[in-house]
Ligand binder design. Structure first.
Ligand SMILES: Cc1ncc(COP(=O)(O)O)c(C=O)c1O
Length: 387
């Protein structure tokens, strides 16, 4: 059996996969099993932030594999401690919990918000307001948090206590609040929802409402975080600070990690016995993530913004492009006549990997993509759009 047949025979059919079998990669390029090359504008859905075969990241990961690959969280180890300290220094948050994915980071944030409220106010204050069109993950709680009807099927009963407000609608935001609410959870830029950024004034209003009512503001930066939008956290560009921020995707440089960061107000809420993970904060993953953070220099973040601007300029002159959304190297393209899935397929045939989000083409190139790869990818994309 070839790889595709083997996969289809033995793996649950939960993904709509493209018929590309990726064999290896270098920088922002992959090579498939047949030797065909692809420029990568997807980063494994925003995850390979340093591209492939980054020597510093690889050395740190391999060295740690040779030292000790796993300890469990019953013991201490240096890579986890170092990563936590670096995250605190770079974000201003007090403490972190490590899991293995974006959904787990959000589960942690949901539990933290409910316990914060329970500890202070007792039972009944448990509702978390999320936004229509959001995406927060695939576990039962994070599916329940996700404000899209299409995800609320089959798996009944869902987790209670979520309410969905219309993004950028301040009146609806106020209408959704009552004395059962303990938190808001938002994506500054809705990624899976079509790369839609929130209005700054709306985000400021949520922050104000949270302050006035002692509600926790949770920012799901699983997709927007770790430099993707051109600042380490996207929240920096909105001029506010959430009480809790979740990270995943780009943080591990391609290995599974989730992080739930909490400020001084709620850093001690999850105490012994209330939360945990066998693998979370694994030494190998943390050793790699430390290197990812070390590479998030002001110069790199500036280049992310510049590369994003370059792609926007290239796209804006295309007759097929209705609008370009997003921030930094998180880009959504609304099309006039073509279907996003067809554009993705045509790009793939010409050696460019792009993503879709709803009816938009979505670009999440590695943050370190070279100017040559960026230009070559933009050439293919523009020729597909205009073809
Ligand atoms: C904003 C956001 N939150 C959560 C998740 C879930 O992350 P994971 O697939 O790592 O569980 C995603 C994944 O796309 C996401 O974009």
């Amino acid at each position: 059996m070839n790889t595709i047949e083997q996969t289809n025979a033995y793996i649950m059919p939960t993904y709509g996969r493209s018929t590309v079998v990726i064999d290896h990669g270098s920088g922002a390029s992959y090579v498939d099993e047949d030797g065909k090359s692809y420029i990568d504008f997807g980063s494994g859905i925003g995850t390979n932030s340093l591209g492939c075969s980054n020597a510093i990241w690889e050395d740190a990961v391999c060295e740690q594999v040779r030292k000790v690959q796993h300890t469990s969280n019953l013991y201490y180890h240096k890579p986890q401690a170092e990563l936590a300290e670096k995250l605190a220094a770079m974000t201003g948050y007090s403490k972190v919990f490590f899991g293995n994915s974006g959904a787990e980071a959000n589960e942690c944030a949901i539990k933290l918000a409910r316990k914060y409220s329970y500890d202070k106010y007792g039972k009944g204050r448990h509702t978390i307001i999320t936004l229509v069109n959001s995406f927060h993950g695939r576990t039962l709680a994070t599916l329940s948090a996700t404000g899209q009807e299409v995800f609320h099927n089959y798996f009944f009963p869902f987790v209670e206590g979520f309410r969905y407000a219309k993004a950028n609608d301040i009146a609806d935001l106020h209408a959704k609040i009552d004395d059962t609410v303990c938190a808001f959870m938002i994506e500054y830029v809705q990624g899976e929802g079509g790369v839609m950024a929130l209005d700054k004034a709306y985000v400021e209003e949520i922050r104000k409402v949270c302050d006035e009512n002692d509600l926790l503001l949770i920012a799901d930066e699983v997709q927007t975080g770790v430099g993707r939008t051109g600042t380490f956290l996207a929240g920096e560009q909105f001029g506010i600070r959430a009480d809790v921020t979740t990270l995943a995707k780009g943080l591990g440089g391609g290995l599974p990690i989730g992080a739930c960061l909490a400020n001084e107000k709620c850093a001690e809420v999850l105490n012994a016995g209330t939360h945990g993970s066998t693998f979370g904060g694994n030494p190998v993953v943390c050793a790699g993530a430390v290197k990812v953070l070390e590479m998030m220099t002001p110069e790199l973040l500036t280049s992310v913004r510049e590369k994003g601007d370059y792609l926007r300029k290239r796209l804006q002159v295309s007759d097929e492009v209705q609008a370009v959304s997003g921030m930094g190297l998180m880009i959504g393209i609304a099309l006039k006549t073509k279907k996003a899935a067809e554009v993705r397929q045509a790009c793939q045939e010409r050696g460019l990997i792009v993503l879709t989000a709803k009816n938009r083409v979505r670009l999440l190139p590695p943050l370190v993509i070279s100017d040559e790869e960026l230009k070559a990818g933009a050439d293919i994309l523009c020729s597909v759009l205009e073809g």
